[in-house]
Design a protein around this ligand. Structure first.
Ligand SMILES: [Zn+2]
Length: 109
């Protein structure tokens, strides 16, 4: 398996919403916010946990929409050898919505 053989392919995976919520950093470019206490100014290449509430980060969700921007985040995670799982922000938001009817697989009408 050569390095050239490896490309990003999006995977659908069933995750525990509460588990994701309790280990999530929401990022915009390099800087992020703690998903739990909303502490600002985190940097996902440096902060493994929240200095405010102690949350240990495992998941990153991004507001970035462009595949090119997301590719930069992925490249950075790889380059710095970071142990993060990048999840789709929209999937997460939908899954977290109190209204169980609005999950990913149901339309909004
Ligand atoms: Zn926090």
């Amino acid at each position: 398996m050569s390095a050239e053989d490896k490309k990003y392919i999006r995977v659908w995976k069933k995750l525990s919403v509460s588990e994701v919520s309790s280990q999530l950093m929401i990022i915009d470019d390099l800087y992020g916010t703690c998903g739990k206490c909303k502490h600002l100014g985190l940097n996902y290449t440096k902060d493994k946990s929240c200095p405010e509430c102690g949350t240990k980060f495992k998941y990153l969700a991004t507001n970035l929409k462009s595949p090119a921007d997301i590719a930069k985040v992925l490249a950075r995670i790889e380059k710095e050898n970071l142990d993060f799982v990048l999840i789709d922000r929209e999937d997460y938001t939908l899954s977290k919505a109190k209204d169980a009817v609005k999950d990913l697989f149901k339309s909004n009408d």
